[in-house]
Design a protein around this ligand. Structure first.
Ligand SMILES: *Cc1c(COP(=O)(O)O)cnc(C)c1O
Length: 716
């Protein structure tokens, strides 16, 4: 394994394309992605915007032509200049504001990172949030490293069969065609990382992903030195049984800390994104106990420098292990912490009312971190209630779990067309100030027609994308004619287009809008005011109810009475999400409250001028301001049954659609522009874009948690 990702021979004049392809910085700078794209547009599409693969496959004649094309070279030089400037920038937010803290490092642990389609190491919202967090850290100059896994079989690709069922396809990850480089390999000095866990050694190789100056270190147990079952540990994200899971999490938490040591990285602060990585806290305590501290002193120090973010308001959604499984794997470990069996198990003990007492990873993380948060104001409140029993002496309001609202990485999610529009009206440096609410007051300077026309272009792009996918499947694998139709080929660019795109977990209630099909048909088929719905999302392969929902929606979509106005796009991932959040007219979210912790897809949509129609839950609980979208908010008494709640919510959803959304969308002036609709779109952008950005979020983590933790670390 070479340490350079690419040593592809390129004409010398454009030789640094290798370097650019090896750093995901290009993926959130449209000028930089254009520099690949313009070399061979078709190949760029065929390689799914993966520049590593792209450079490996491109015809040498095209590279030679570019190397002597003055227009290309001007563009190339401009991008390389910007890239170098970015990598060496000293005037970003963090070093400017906290020059005395610049030498500290934050280690951010997460089981998944959603960065780009070329790295299948995420399943959904949690991973994308982690990816956005790291990209933003890079943008504001925060000294952060990420720790996670590379999954050789990735997360699955979803295919919808001719019968409308989800099929999970696992593709082996091609290490040579991804933007990663080996940093701990068999050939490294000292060889692979050898983890001594419960008497058996697991060997780990480590890969690096570069995001500007930020590095992500990904561990991989799929090496020949390991027993087959250990090679499988990192095979799949959220795969395997409890035994696999606990060992996977031991590698993530314990292995992650040891890996950083081996790399010579000494973080001042550790941040665990969700409970999967909580063992990192034990491993840090072990290190301090070994250096002579008591358990209590060590735990105190670890707490002062550890941040934990919980994401799950569903009690059954937390990671738990039976005590005997924990004992099996930690029997030789608690001694090293200076604890006995009971004291050790007590660190994770929790009774969730479902499975009795278990070792709960969230409880462990809450007990061993000093700063804890949920991901929206509502979720903070829900978390305090849910974990009150860990602090029985405090009132619920005083339970030490605060909240920091999620946000999305603006440069990643903004459509290039919207970016140009904002550049024109908000200023060429709008990206530099995009978390400043006053910047967005200028949104009213954008002429309605211009905003509306760009939106129509983006919608056109989405429908084209869906049609071309359907065509490719039709040609290639012979999906049946009905599947071609439900893939969206009959969608109408003039119809009000609603998207419901998210993981198919039952609490998200994908079927809510389909509850009364007769009423829905009347809404969809109004001759003058047609409406259509695009569904997308994966169900975990082990989640039978989730898979059934997908089959049920596809069954309904085939009903000819619906006229092809329901579509299902397969394989919802970052790539598909980008088309959807930019191209539909309304973003729908209707979870059973309060089970949506945040729901960041609606934030991506709002940034692109796609207003949110949602239950007041997650981010929308505080994001909704009356004129920036719609709240589905029936007054339901506390404690009603789920069935009654669903009925009331469906009724409210239909009513908002019929009485507010549809009439507003089709109210046009003589130029065909829906003035009042565009007004609402502007309000959605103005209120959401600054507050629900990853920039606001990462700055908040920094000020409220990282900086205090860094100061605590300095005192030691
Ligand atoms: C943003 C995103 C999510 C998370 O969005 P939710 O609103 O939490 O469902 C999930 N999957 C993909 C592909 C995304 O882009």
């Amino acid at each position: 394994m070479s340490t350079e990702i690419l040593d592809h021979p390129l004409p010398a004049r454009i030789g640094r394309l290798n370097k650019l392809a090896s750093n995901l910085w290009w993926s959130w700078h449209p000028d930089a992605s254009w520099i690949f794209q313009r070399l061979d547009k078709t190949l760029w599409e065929l390689t799914h915007h993966n520049p590593v693969k792209f450079l490996q496959q491109i015809a040498p004649t095209k590279l030679e032509a570019a190397a002597s094309d003055p227009a290309y070279l001007r563009h190339y030089d401009g991008v390389m200049f910007a890239f170098d400037k970015y990598l060496s920038a000293k005037d970003t937010w963090f070093p400017e504001k906290y020059p005395h803290l610049a030498g500290h490092t934050i280690a951010y642990f997460s089981a998944e990172f959603g960065l780009h389609t070329s790295l299948p190491i995420y399943s959904g919202g949690l991973g994308i949030l982690a990816g956005d967090h790291c990209k933003e850290a890079s943008d504001i100059g925060l000294p952060l490293v990420g720790v996670g896994f590379v999954y050789p079989q990735g997360y699955f690709q979803q295919r919808i069969t001719s019968e409308g069922r989800q099929e999970a396809v696992y593709e082996r990850f091609d290490y040579n065609a991804a933007p990663i480089e080996g940093v701990i390999t068999r050939e490294s000095e000292g060889g692979l990382l050898a983890l001594n866990l419960d008497e058996r050694v697991i060997y780990v190789s480590v890969w690096r992903v570069r995001l500007g100056p930020v590095s992500l270190y990904l561990m991989d147990t799929d090496v020949e030195e390991n027993e087959p079952w250990d090679r499988e540990l990192s095979a799949r994200l959220y795969g395997g049984n409890q035994e696999t899971r606990i060992r996977q999490e031991m590698v993530l938490g314990i292995g992650g800390v040891r890996m950083l040591e081996r790399l010579g990285i000494r973080p001042a602060v550790f941040h665990a994104n969700e409970g999967h990585a909580a063992f990192l806290m034990l491993e840090r305590i072990r290190g301090l106990v070994q250096r002579g501290m008591s358990f209590d002193e060590a735990a105190e120090q670890v707490r002062a420098t550890t941040i934990f973010t919980t994401h799950t308001p569903v009690p059954a959604g937390h990671d738990t292990f039976p005590f005997q499984l924990v004992e099996k794997h930690f029997a030789s470990y608690w001694d090293l912490l200076g604890l006995n069996r009971e004291q050790f198990l007590a660190l994770g003990e929790y009774s969730d009312g479902y499975n009795g007492k278990n070792f709960n990873m969230t409880a462990l993380a809450l007990r061993l971190s000093g700063m804890r948060n949920g991901v929206s104001r509502m979720h903070g409140r829900v978390s305090r209630a849910m974990w009150h029993s860990l602090w029985p002496d405090l009132t619920e309001d005083d339970v030490p779990i605060t909240s920091i609202n999620n946000g999305v990485h603006t440069p990643t999610w903004i459509a290039p067309e919207m970016d140009r529009l904002y550049t024109k009206y908000l200023g060429h440096d709008w990206r530099d100030h995009h978390d400043d609410p006053t910047l967005w007051e200028r949104i009213y300077d954008i002429p309605d027609e211009e905003l509306w026309n760009i939106h129509r272009q983006l919608k056109h792009k989405l429908l084209n994308f869906m049609r071309e996918r359907a065509r490719r499947d039709w040609i290639g694998e012979g999906s049946g004619p009905i599947r071609v139709l439900t893939a969206g080929t009959l969608l109408n660019p003039d119809a009000l287009t609603i998207s419901f795109a998210r993981r198919f977990a039952t609490y998200k209630r994908a079927m809510l809008i389909l509850r009364s099909l007769d009423r829905l048909k009347r809404i969809l088929h109004d001759d003058w005011r047609p409406v259509q719905i695009i569904f997308a999302g994966k169900a975990h392969p082990a989640d039978a109810p989730g898979r059934n929902l997908i089959a049920e929606i596809n069954r309904i979509a085939r009903d000819h009475n619906l006229g092809g106005r329901l579509a299902f796009v397969e394989n919802y991932d970052i790539h598909v999400a980008k088309y959807l959040v930019r191209g539909v007219d309304v973003w729908l979210n209707n979870p059973r409250p309060p089970l949506e912790a945040s729901g960041t897809s609606g934030q991506k949509a709002a940034l692109n001028g796609v207003p949110h129609m949602s239950i007041r839950d997650g981010w929308w609980y505080e994001g909704y301001e009356g004129a920036n979208g719609w709240a589905i908010d029936p007054s339901v008494p506390e404690g009603v049954s789920d069935e009654d709640r669903d009925m009331a919510d469906a009724e409210a959803l239909y009513r908002v659609l019929e009485e507010e959304v549809v009439p507003l969308y089709f109210e046009r002036d003589s130029d065909g522009v829906p003035r009042r609709w565009v007004q609402l779109v502007k309000e959605a952008i103005r209120t959401s874009a600054p507050l629900f950005s990853a920039r606001r979020m990462v700055k908040e983590y920094t000020e409220r948690m990282y900086v205090p933790a860094m100061s605590a670390a300095e005192k030691r």
